[in-house]
Structures are given as C-alpha cells and as structure tokens.
Design a protein around this ligand. Sequence first.
Ligand code: ADE
Length: 342
Amino acid sequence: MSFANTLITWQRQHGRHHLPWQENRDAYRVWVSEIMLQQTQVSTVIPYYRRFMARFPDVGALACAPPDEVLALWSGLGYYARARNLQRAAQLAMARHGAFPAAFGQLLALPGIGRSTAAAISVFCNGERRAILDGNVRRVLCRHFGIDGWPGEKPVENRLWALAESLLPETGLDSYTQGLMDLGAGPCARRADCARCPLTATCHARQQGSTATLPTPRPRTRLPERTTGFLVLRSTHGTLLEKRPPSGIWGGLWSLPELPPGCDPARACADGYPLVAGSVHVLPGFRHTFTHFRLHGEVIVAELAAPLPPADPDLQRWARHDDLCHLGLPAPIRTLLESLPC
Ligand code: ADE
C-alpha cells in the first residue's frame, strides 16, 4: 500500500476524531485552531480554544472585539503576534468577503496565514487537494524518507514541499492530512514510538536507527542574554501595570514598569515615585526564553506611599490580584504576580 493509503487507513482507525475544532468544518473555527496549534500542543490549546469560541463564536465577533479582550484570552499561549494578526485577519476577511474564506488563495492573502496553514484550512473546509508542511510533518517526512539537513534551510524546505506534494492522494485528503498531524503528534513525535507507527516497513529512520538524529537539528548558536529590571509598585489600589507598545516583544500586553539593568533599585524607584521608606526589596528573578534571546528579569518590589492616579488610563492602570485573570499579561509576569502575597 502507498504511504498515503496506509496513513488514511490508520487515521480512520486510530487517529483523532473528536477534537473541538472537528465538530464542524466551519473555516473560522478551523482557522483559529490552526493558529493556536502553531508551536503549541493540542492539550494546552483545548481550554484556550473553548474559551475563545465561547467569547468570539464567529469572525464578525472577533473583528469588532476590543483588542484587549482578544489578548486576554490569548494570554499564556505566547507568541502574541498570532493574536494581533488573528484580529487583523478577521477584520480584513469581513471587509473583503463578509465572512471567513475557505479558499487557499484568499486565505494566503490574510496576515498570519502561511502556505501550510492555508493548505490545512482549504483541505478541511473547502475539499482542496493541497499539501501541508508544519513542524510535525517535516519530522515525519525527514525520518521516513531519510532527508538530512536542517529543515529550516531553504533547499531542505523546498525539497520537503516537493515531496509533500508528490505524496498527496487523489481522494481522502481529510483523513490523509489529519493522519500526518496525528502521526507527527503521536508515534512520530520528537521521541519516536515506532511500535505504534503504521509506516515502519518503509521508514528510513526506523531501518537505520536514526529516529533520534532526524530531523537534523538547527545549528547551535548561543542565544544572546538580556537583563531587565521589573518594578512591582504596590499601593492600596493594587500593582501598577503599563501597556506595552503595540508591536514587538509582548506587544499590546499589560506588563510591569521596567528599569534599566544594574541600576540601583532604591534610587531609581525613589526618583520616580513617593515610596514608603525602607520598602524596596529585590526578589529572586526569573528567566524566560524567547526565540531570539534569553531574558533575565530582576524583580524589585516597593510600596508606594500614595496611589498616584495613572498618567494615562489607556497606558497605565492599577490591578488587584482578582483583576489579573481578566488582563492580557505575558506568562512570566502573570506567574510572578500570582506568586506574590496579596
Ligand atoms: N496540529 C495542527 N493542526 C492540527 C489539527 N487540525 N489537529 C490536531 N493537531 C494539529
């Protein structure tokens, strides 16, 4: 049996059929799931997906929502550009089509939707015959066909796309595409479990004992390190939060005021705010790894003598413990604030 037919048969018997975005093939619902599932596992996504769908059941609701609410429901999933693009794409889809499209070409023209995501949605919702190539599928193909070289390199990526297209069956595209996803998240996950795989008979990595070394990892470069001081300023009104600029790291999220690294916290606080004498403490910091650098957060807690009115309520606010769950906060800042005593 061919690669595709083996996978289709396996998917129908052993694959996933009851994920929340499989309840119907509405392109809006499938799109949101595909964006959430980029870089994030199914088990993590499911509760976020359910909350998001309850609040924004259709593309019109998402298009006209306050951006803060979209970010709040995304908070903790990371890669916040995805949430900002999601809303921009919803607005463009409404303006261009009055609905969320399911056709590959229209999807590809929306922000945040690449070739593989557009293909997945068009297969599931428009019956198109298109190849997907996300991280999981790259791993499956590199192992099965013994493809060397880091898949992030253009020549390797081009080869994988050509292979993915050549493998497409004539029918059963739904089961085939879902089968690739299920295989990549299950038997052919990073740690291979070949005993559960339907394709071992023809798998190069299985025969060569190279499942642990394929796909070839990204060439190692040490991530640059940055240190930033985060100020937890507390008053009787709660903790002072500031809105981050709309683009860049943690764009549009609520975060803590920042201090340049290495500056004397007591002096820096005292310069800007009326503090209770002796209330400045430095706490153990945190580390957070982004794609391009590693952040070391220094945490300085201080008590304000009087709660200043926010200079601009759109950009500054006081937040109490109970408010935190309704606000879009970066995951490490949320963890930090929730770990502090009220
Ligand atoms: N990963 C990416 N897309 C997926 C899907 N539709 N179902 C399960 N896992 C996925």
